[in-house]
Design a protein around this ligand. Sequence first.
Ligand code: ATP
Length: 586
Amino acid sequence: MSGEPRSERLPIAGPAAVRRALLDLVRGDVHVLAAMLALTAAAALAAAAMPRLLGMIVDDFQEGAGASRIDLLATVAIGFGIAHLLLTRFAGLAGSRLGERALYRLRGGFVARALALPTHVVERADAGDLTTRNSTDIALVGQALREAAPDFFVATIRIGVLLAAVLLLDPLLGLCVLCGLPLHWVVTRWYLRRAPGDYLAERAAASEVSEVLSAGVEGAKTIEALRMQEQRMDLVARTIAASHRARRRTLFLRTVLFVVVDVGHALPVATTLLLGGYLYSAGGIGLGTAVAGSLYAWQLADPVDQVLMRVEQVQSSLASLARIEGVGEAAVPEPASTGLDGAPDGKGFVAAGVHYAYDGGPDVLGGVDLTVRPGEWLAIVGPSGAGKSTLGKLLAGLEAPTKGTITVQGRQVSALPAHERRRYVLMVTQEHHVFLGTVRDNLAMADPDAGDDAMLAALAAVDAHWIGDLPHGLATELGAGATHLDPGQAQQLALARVVLADPQTVVLDEATALLDPVTARRAERSMAAVLQGRTVVAIAHRLHTAHDADRVAIMERGRIVEIGEHHALVAAGGPYAGLWRSWHGA
Ligand SMILES: Nc1ncnc2c1ncn2[C@@H]1O[C@H](COP(=O)(O)OP(=O)(O)OP(=O)(O)O)[C@@H](O)[C@H]1O
């Protein structure tokens, strides 16, 4: 492929799609969600019962109640304490289970959406974009689903129950407990508005410092030779100063947030104590009520801290979820079955008036008409960038023409569902990926119904006799940390997949170009076995492939300018004859 493709970002889902995605993630586990919420509410109620009981103990003690009554109340309080611990643990388990299962769905969904991306979208997407969404974004959402979101919900429920408990205890004391919340609300909003930008700026400034320093170390000799020490020192000083400024900004955010949050925690406790003391001395409430109210105010600090701590994590994970869901917006759904069974109709592939442009760019195919006859070996040759590989991808149905049609059995090839399309055509390229899993898993992709005998026969057909040396045969695990296949074996595995898929036509894009000579010869033998009896469209980057073909099509600037049999074309003295002569150095 020639030319530098423009890089683009994948889409990002909108808020409505993110809400739908969140619902989908928990939809299958509504009962676990309900159990988590119920257990959390029960745990919060148990926790809320303790201050009330302590207040009762204080009142009873003051009124001179007997030891047995105090012992009973203390035992009940301990019982509630134990219940709180147990319920919190089970709520935590339910939350983790919910999170783990949601993460499992999220990962599965992401893989499905990524696999449904058209090749040109993957090729054009910023190289790191898809990888970051698959790694960092999924990790962030995973962490939020497993920890932050359950903690956030648990803390929110605890706050609600505590507030209800203190308002029921005494509405005036309840108002005192509430007085810290507006402070938390205002400072958190202030912090969240500034934090993302300032933290990003801090990280960017830190990377800039390390880049400038390492560039200085790497280029030390040049700097010395050109006597640029002072300029470099200036640059280093400026980047460090910028980093210092960025750090001060985030430090300022933290100092304001932490101080206000601490004040927000202390204020309700102080005001409840003051008002409780006043009301008690004025005879408005009992001492037990004042004690219980202060304990509620004190208990509130922990869940409020949790909410503040988790809210940022939940927010940034929602941004990550929007990026993960966005991948689905560029995906193309699998077409519906057409009922075609792969039986040949004698017409082969027919390309009529085919145009193609990559993502709104100029046409790289400008009106290709071509019939690939059943059983023939057609080589496509031409200068770099002429559009050979693009035409190959279109013939294999991996992309649809922007104008015109490519049909087999009267149906547009790209519109056939994958399992039907591979009965007609498969593209074989230079990339032979070995997937993590067993040899059997790697082969079953081509034909999920194939039995072991068919798989072994396919491997034998491509000379992959090494299967007999593997410790567990077809059940041998392949990939990192397991059995490693060399490039030649990886190619044979890919070719065995072609044998299993058994397509009528193979589009071959320079399949042996990246292999060393010995492996390439082995691969060519395996290839010959695979191609036997099939229609072959060979994207030929070397002309000897063309010499052996039944017909040769010559492409220039997105069009087929000549087509015919090798000797006839050489004799005709046209573009192919020119290529042939220059290849022979004549
Ligand atoms: N993914 C892509 N995005 C944008 N443009 C592309 C992409 N792939 C190919 N092109 C452009 O399409 C044109 C045809 O490329 P193509 O790879 O089909 O040519 P080719 O004849 O196979 O070349 P080569 O022999 O160098 O592989 C070129 O101008 C190329 O830059």
